[in-house]
Design a protein around this ligand. Structure first.
Ligand code: NDP
Length: 285
């Protein structure tokens, strides 16, 4: 039987609806709407599209967006100065520096300069540390928290289940490990040196592919009835494809996310969620 296809657009729309309602109550309390600053350095076309979508999404739910577009040859010191200025701006609750940065700029140093209370991408060491300790007060990276939301919406409780993640980046794989572990799954993380990827993936009642390798996960690597979440976003000559070989895997899996229309819409929805969470924390003071 073909797998249930999890509709990320629909789940994201639900999250956005909840966020829009929260924006109204938070704005009443603060006397201003929550604010998100976006920083787009240089002219990378893909980054420009991502940032535009994020700003449009803010507008839709009533979050004020403050956009900065420094030139690609901005110095590291000036970029750090901009981050410092945004850290100190009381109208701004969240700061998003779109990555990757142009060559010559040190993204790690820029991320570390963000105030953890405004770190809506959840990438600072403080955010990562809080997450690893299971402390819910921190801001969690948007894509992994979107994955958790998709699982919830599909009625999949990770507790007691074997979960396998392919990918160990700071952006996706590692935070997702902490989230799934916190939800009481038994979690295994794979990477490019994993000896027998298929054998490990087949253990996953929940299998998350976040490797950035088109169609890496084939049907023979999937446990029957598994919930398969495809984070991969790969631009190929044939269009946008995920890390999962979608059609054949639907014949094995119990539920699966498509690309596009799965995890992608969730990432933006969770950014909005994080911005309101940061605003609420700042209002509580
Ligand atoms: P990274 O390149 O930072 O990390 C990829 C990870 O996958 C690494 O840990 C790497 O292992 C592992 N990997 C690569 N090839 C293999 C392989 N053949 N077998 C096993 N593991 C492998 O990518 P990101 O985590 O940033 O992103 C992953 C994917 O998710 C990309 O396609 C990206 O575009 C997409 N993405 C989508 C988002 C969305 O909103 N839908 C948001 C963020 C990312 P190693 O550590 O050993 O190198």
């Amino acid at each position: 039987m073909a797998a249930e296809v999890i509709d990320g657009k629909a789940v994201a729309a639900q999250v956005r609806g909840r966020v829009a309602a929260d924006v109204i109550s938070v704005s009443d309390g603060m006397g201003r709407p929550p604010g998100l600053a976006t920083v787009l350095v240089g002219e990378d076309p893909a980054s420009a599209i991502y940032v535009r979508r994020k700003r449009e999404a803010c507008e839709e739910v009533g979050i004020s967006s403050f956009h900065h577009e420094p030139p690609g040859d901005i110095s590291q010191a000036d970029l750090l100065g901009l981050v410092e200025e945004l850290n100190g701006n009381d109208e701004i609750d969240g700061i998003l520096v779109q990555l990757p940065l142009p060559d010559g700029l040190d993204a790690g140093e820029v991320v570390n300069a963000l105030s953890p209370s405004k770190d809506v991408d959840g990438l600072t060491p403080t955010s990562a540390g809080l997450l690893a300790r299971g402390d819910p007060s921190g801001l969690v990276p948007c894509t992994p928290s979107g994955v958790m939301e998709l699982l919830r919406s599909a009625g999949v409780d990770p507790s007691g289940k074997e979960a396998v993640i392919v990918g160990r980046s700071n952006l996706v794989g590692k935070p997702l490990y902490s989230l799934l572990l916190g939800a009481n799954a038994t979690v295994t993380t794979c990477h490019s040196r994993t000896a027998d990827l298929g054998e490990v993936c087949r253990r996953g009642e929940i299998l998350v592919a976040a490797a950035g390798q088109p169609k890496l996960i084939t049907a023979d690597m999937v446990c029957p009835a598994a919930t398969v979440i495809d984070v991969g976003t790969n631009r190929t000559d044939g269009g946008l494809v995920g890390d999962v070989d979608f059609e054949p895997v639907t014949e094995v899996a119990g539920a699966i996310t498509p690309v596009p229309g799965g995890v992608g819409p969730m990432t933006i929805a969770m950014l909005l969620y994080n911005t309101v969470k940061a605003a609420r924390a700042s209002a509580a003071g």
